[in-house]
Ligand binder design. Structure first.
Ligand code: TRP
Length: 334
């Protein structure tokens, strides 16, 4: 089997992306597309529908939004094949075959799915498509034989399940697929503005890549810092302080930042000072992204064209994979 590295990443089109996504996985995507020849970027509309079956409009409109987010961050269609999951029917075919290789008990044990089910209050009334999304996610990755997948930490159990499917498939039908290597970014996921939860689009506690300057300012000014740091003279805490977590992720002047932390801990630095610093740094980072996004958003047809061309490319690959798969499973009749 070839040793070639094939990279695949993806997003559910359920909302715009935020800084937590950038730090958690998109930064890694950008590095990888310069290091490898074969890169795929999937917009997982079918997966998004598994818990939004009643709201197809939302998924449809967000296909364009996540494409715009990724393009404006620098994911480059010349290097990365952008495509839409539902338009590659071989992914669904492969999902049907993979479903035979997992048990209901195993599906119910997946900690990521368990958490999400709890959040959504599904209990036993979970849509079957939602419970089985890790299986279709395995097909998202394996249809093009991708073997390197940069993801946020929460996706590790999903990839573990995908690798169990690889093992089972290969042991039943012969060596068709390679193991998938997850790549988790070293930086931990950003906190939300309140400091209580991770940044999340559903909790609306994040700074979005498309937020205008005024909104970024408002959000930074509302960030949780240290409730014990009442007057500027008081010593302040850096751990759990959302402003410092964001500075750690985005401040290019690491030495200055370390000094600022020491001074803050000693006392004498007001929260407004650290917040102003963060606003300036985020604005430097977001301004070019925002401008590129606005320019791209003026011509949605051109963005859809990128998705369409990428989808055609993905289909060529998927058809080739399915020939091998069908042969292995002995469903190649004609
Ligand atoms: N489940 C991923 C998320 O919620 C999105 C996704 C779907 C994905 N298919 C994928 C990620 C394949 C990596 C590989 O973020």
């Amino acid at each position: 089997m070839s040793e070639k590295t094939i990279v695949l990443t993806g997003d559910r089109p359920t909302g715009k992306l935020h800084l937590g996504h950038y730090v958690g996985s998109i930064r890694k995507r950008l590095e990888l597309q310069d290091q490898h020849q074969d890169n795929f970027y999937l917009i997982a509309d079918l997966q998004a529908l598994t818990d939004n079956a009643d709201n197809p409009e939302k998924i449809r409109s967000n296909v364009l939004e996540v494409a715009l987010d990724n393009l404006s961050l620098g994911l480059d269609p010349e290097k990365t094949t952008f495509f839409i999951q539902s338009q590659v029917p071989e992914i669904s075919e492969l999902t049907i075959l993979f479903l035979n290789l997992v048990t209901l008990a195993r599906l119910k044990r997946n900690p990521t799915v368990k958490d999400e089910m709890k959040q959504k209050g599904y209990g036993e009334n979970v849509p079957a498509g939602f419970l089985t999304y890790p299986v279709s996610q395995a097909a998202d990755i394996l249809f093009c034989k991708a073997n390197l997948v940069p993801v946020g930490e929460d996706q590790l159990p999903v990839l573990e399940q995908a690798n169990e499917i690889v093992e089972k498939f290969n042991s039943l039908y012969g060596e068709v697929f390679q193991k998938i290597k997850p790549l988790v970014s070293e930086t931990s996921r950003l906190l939300g503005l309140d400091g209580k939860h991770k940044a999340s689009k559903s909790l609306n506690n994040a700074i979005f890549l498309s937020d205008p300057r005024e909104i970024v300012e408002q959000k930074v000014m509302s960030m949780f810092t240290d409730p014990g740091h009442i007057r500027a003279e008081d010593p302040g805490r850096v751990e759990g302080n959302v402003v410092f977590q964001y500075l750690d992720a985005f401040d290019p002047e690491k030495e200055e930042l370390e000094k600022l932390k020491r001074d803050y801990q000693k006392g004498g630095i007001g929260d407004v000072i650290i917040k102003q610093r963060l606003i300036g740094i985020l604005e430097d980072f977001l301004k070019p992204i925002r401008e590129k996004r606005e320019a791209l958003a003026k011509d949605p047809a051109a963005v859809m064209k990128i998705l369409q061309e990428g989808t055609l490319k993905a289909r060529e690959v998927s058809q080739k994979t399915m020939l091998g798969v069908k042969k292995a499973v002995k469903i190649n009749y004609f």
